[in-house]
Design a protein around this ligand. Structure first.
Ligand SMILES: Nc1ncnc2c1ncn2[C@@H]1O[C@H](COP(=O)(O)OP(=O)(O)OP(=O)(O)O)[C@@H](O)[C@H]1O
Ligand SMILES: [Mg+2]
Length: 253
């Protein structure tokens, strides 16, 4: 098994005529979670598309330890922003798709049942994606990525369409599975509280072309009762100040 850090070195991506990502560099230890925050359209999904291998043309290098990421033989679980469900497959077949593709892996039935129950999907297994609400589709995509135990987990605003209670249940499920399987996770969100609750590191991206505004270690990661902690709000204000500074710099430079 490949060890070491996931390292991006001067990643630059052009889409069409526009430069979307510019000289993005950071390192993340194996098994850690990075949350990515940045304004709409700055390039967060583009970053995940590069890491997942969907975007193949870029400048710069991506390493896992001493090996190029693409040659490291790692498994990937990607929940894209459009959720990536196949419209012609029923919910149950969409959820089990990673196991149909990778015949060497076997679903853990007990875990599958637990995930289906917690995400309230048991009644929906025979429907097609077109017969689901946006939040239901998001829960199907979550179930699929949660039960597949990839080495690299890429989640693009995974809880954005869920009501508060379901989003909290889904975050707890994510935390449980992360504790058990420790995937190296990159997770985009517009929700700063979520970024602070789930990320060991936080990457703040600037406006397009996105550059790294800050890459910070989250001092409150897994601290007890962090939501009620004054430090939590203090650090959240610090993040907002950095984002606002970056915004002012862009606007007036
Ligand atoms: N195939 C493409 N060709 C040209 N430009 C593109 C293409 N795909 C995305 N873009 C542009 O690249 C920029 C970054 O898009 P991206 O989807 O990565 O943003 P994002 O940070 O994920 O935004 P959001 O928070 O709204 O999801 C946007 O300006 C978008 O319009
Ligand atoms: Mg996006």
């Amino acid at each position: 098994m490949i060890s070491g850090k996931l390292s991006l070195q001067n990643l630059t991506v052009n889409l069409g005529k526009a430069e979307v990502l510019q000289n993005i560099s950071f390192s993340l230890e194996k098994g850690r979670t990075l949350t990515v925050v940045g304004p709409s359209g700055c390039g967060k999904s583009t970053l995940l598309n590069v890491l997942s291998g969907i975007i193949k043309h870029y400048e710069g290098e991506i390493w896992m330890g001493e090996t190029k990421l693409r040659n490291a033989g790692l498994t990937f679980g990607y929940m894209p922003q459009n959720m990536g469900l196949l419209p012609w497959k029923k919910v149950k077949d969409n959820i089990l798709l990673p196991f149909r593709i990778n015949k060497n892996s076997q679903v853990n039935k007990h875990e599958l049942e637990d995930v289906l129950r917690k995400l309230e999907l048991t009644e929906l297994l025979n429907r097609y994606p077109s017969q689901l609400s946006g939040g239901q589709r998001q829960r199907v995509a979550l179930a699929r990525v949660f039960i597949s135990h990839p080495d690299i987990l890429l989640l693009d605003e995974p809880f954005s369409s869920l009501d508060t209670i379901t989003a909290d249940i889904s975050r707890e499920l994510f935390l449980d599975l992360r504790r058990k399987y420790q995937p190296t996770t990159i997770f985009t969100t517009h929700n700063l509280s979520e970024a602070l609750k789930l990320g060991e590191h936080i990457l703040l991206l600037d406006k397009q072309p996105a550059t790294v505004l800050r890459f910070v270690k989250n001092p409150l990661f897994e601290s007890e009762q962090q939501q009620v902690d004054a430090e939590f709000n203090h650090f959240k204000r610090q993040l907002i100040a950095w984002i606002t500074e970056g915004d002012a710099k862009n606007r007036y430079s």
